[in-house]
Design a protein around this ligand. Structure first.
Ligand code: AMP
Length: 425
C-alpha cells in the first residue's frame, strides 16, 4: 500500500515524501479512501496512530481539487478540545499543504484574538479551532461557518470529558446541513456513540488497532499508597522482588533526581534520564541500564520517548501521567509476545482522577493492592495535581514530563475551568 495508490494528488505526495513518510499507517489506509469518496467517517484512533494525516490529507485533496470561491470562505473546520492539539493539527495542515494553493488558520483562546481575526479576514480555506474561541468570534460576527463543506471533530471523547457537548451542538447549528463529517475518538462510550449518531450520516466506520496491543498481556497492578510513602514502597518492591531491570516513570525531572538519590542510598543502583541531562549522560545511563550495571532507570515521559529502551520485565509508574495515552506508552515498554511483563503504578489520592481516565482508555479496571505499612492516607485530598504543578516549590524542572501541557489551561476562561483536572494537550 502506498500513498499514491490512495489517490492523493502529486503536490500532497510531494509534501508527504518530504516528511519522510513511506507508507500510510493503518488508520490512514482505512480512513483516506472513504473520506475521498465523500463519506462521513467514524474513526477509532488515538494519538500516535497518524490520525491527523488520516483526515488532513484527503481534506486537502478535496479542497484543492474542487476550488470554489476566490474570497475563500471557511470550507473545512477542524474542532479540537485543546489549544495544543489545535496548534499541532494546524502545523500538519501547513506542512501537507506546502505545495497547494490552500490557506489555513488556527484559533484558540487565551491569546489576543486580533491576529487570528486578521488572518481569517484574508480568507482561509481550513480553520482549526477550539470551541470557545470559535463561538466567541462567530458571535462577534468575525467569522462565518455558513460555507463549511467538511467538518472534523477530533478527539471527540476528550471533548465530551471537558464538557464541550453544548458547544459542539452550537457549532453544528452554524454550519450548513449538507456537509461531510468526520469524527475521531480514542474511546467509544455510550455518550460518544450518541454524539456520533447526531453528527454523522451513514458513516463508514474505521478502526486503528492501538499501537500497543500489549495492554492485554501485561499484568497491571495499582498500589494505593500515601504520597509520602511511595519512595519506601518502591524500594521495598524492587528489593524484595529482587527485580534487576526496572524502568520507573516520574512526572518531573526533580522527582526523577530525588528518587534516584533515595534508591542509591538504599543500595539500589539507579540513574535518571530527563531533559536536563546531557546527551552524553543519557547515553551512559542507558548503556549502564542495558548492560545490567544499573538496576533502575528513572525517566520522565519526554525523556523516555524515542529512547531505544529494551522491553523490560518491570515498569513502575511512581506517579501516574495526567495524559492517559502516556500510560499506554509507558507500560508498552514491558513484556510482549509471551514474555512476562508487569506494570505497576503507585497511586496516591490526588491521582484518582488520572487513574479513572486511564481505566476508561484501556477499557478495564486495574487490580488494586495495598501493602501493610504503606497504606493510603484516608484524609488526603483527591483534588488532582495540576499539570505542570511543582510539588517541590522553588525547585526547577517540574514541567519536564508535561511540556505538552504548557499553557494548556489557558485556552479560554471557559476552557480553563473545564481543563483543570484533565488537560493533556
Ligand atoms: P498523529 O497520530 O496524527 O498525532 O501522528 C503521530 C505521528 O506520526 C506524527 O509525528 C506524524 O508526523 C507521524 N506520522 C503520521 N503518518 C505517518 C506515516 N504514514 N508514516 C510515518 N509517520 C507518520
Amino acid at each position: 500500500m502506498s500513498f499514491k495508490s490512495l489517490g492523493l494528488s502529486e503536490p500532497i505526495l510531494k509534501a508527504i515524501l518530504e516528511k519522510g513518510y513511506e507508507t500510510p499507517s493503518p488508520i490512514q489506509a482505512k480512513a483516506i479512501p472513504p473520506v475521498l469518496e465523500g463519506h462521513d467517517v467514524l474513526a477509532s484512533a488515538q494519538t500516535g496512530t497518524g490520525k491527523t494525516a488520516g483526515f488532513t490529507l484527503p481534506m486537502l485533496h478535496y479542497l484543492s481539487e474542487n476550488p470554489k470561491d476566490k474570497y475563500r470562505p471557511i470550507r473545512a473546520l477542524v474542532l479540537t478540545p485543546t489549544r495544543e492539539l489545535a496548534a499541532q493539527v494546524f502545523e500538519n495542515v501547513k506542512e501537507y499543504s506546502e505545495y497547494l494553493n490552500i490557506r489555513s488558520a488556527v484559533i484558540f483562546g487565551g491569546v489576543n484574538q486580533k491576529p487570528q481575526v486578521a488572518k481569517i479576514r484574508q480568507g482561509v480555506d481550513i480553520l482549526v479551532a477550539t470551541p470557545g474561541r470559535l463561538l466567541d468570534l462567530e458571535s462577534q460576527g468575525l467569522l462565518s461557518l455558513k460555507r463549511v463543506e467538511m467538518f472534523v471533530l477530533d478527539e471527540a471523547d476528550r471533548m465530551l470529558d471537558m464538557g464541550f457537548l453544548r458547544d459542539i451542538e452550537r457549532v453544528m447549528k452554524l454550519m450548513p446541513d449538507k456537509r461531510q463529517n468526520l469524527m475521531f475518538s480514542a474511546t467509544f462510550s455510550k455518550d460518544i456513540k450518541k454524539l456520533a449518531y447526531s453528527i454523522l450520516n451513514n458513516p463508514v466506520q474505521v478502526e486503528a488497532t492501538p499501537e500497543n496491543t500489549a495492554v492485554e498481556i501485561i499484568e497491571q497492578k495499582v498500589y494505593r499508597v500515601a504520597k509520602g510513602k511511595k519512595t519506601g514502597l518502591i524500594i521495598k518492591l524492587i528489593s524484595e522482588g529482587n527485580w534487576q531491570q526496572v524502568l520507573v516513570f516520574t512526572r518531573t525531572k526533580h522527582g526523577a533526581n530525588k528518587l534516584t538519590k533515595k534508591m542509591a542510598s538504599a543500595g539500589i543502583t539507579a540513574a535518571a534520564i530527563h531533559g536536563n541531562k546531557s546527551q552524553g549522560a543519557r547515553t551512559k545511563a542507558l548503556a549502564g541500564f542495558k548492560s545490567g550495571k544499573i538496576r533502575v532507570l528513572v525517566a520522565t515521559d519526554i525523556a523516555a520517548r524515542g529512547l531505544d529502551i529494551p522491553l523490560l520485565p518491570h515498569v513502575i509508574n511512581f506517579e501516574l501521567p495526567n495524559i492517559s495515552e502516556d500510560y499506554v506508552h509507558r507500560i508498552g515498554r514491558t513484556g510482549r509476545a509471551g514474555a512476562e511483563g508487569q506494570a505497576i503504578s503507585l497511586v496516591s489520592a490526588d491521582e484518582t482522577t488520572y487513574l479513572k481516565g486511564i481505566e476508561k482508555l484501556i477499557g478495564e479496571s486495574i487490580e488494586v493492592e495495598i501493602v501493610e505499612g504503606f497504606e493510603p492516607d484516608p484524609n488526603a485530598s483527591t483534588e488532582p495535581i495540576k499539570p505542570g504543578q511543582n510539588r517541590n516549590k522553588g525547585r526547577g524542572g517540574s514541567r519536564s514530563s508535561n511540556s505538552r501541557n504548557s499553557g494548556g489551561n489557558k485556552s479560554s476562561n471557559r476552557n480553563r475551568s473545564r481543563n483543570r483536572s484533565r488537560n493533556r494537550n
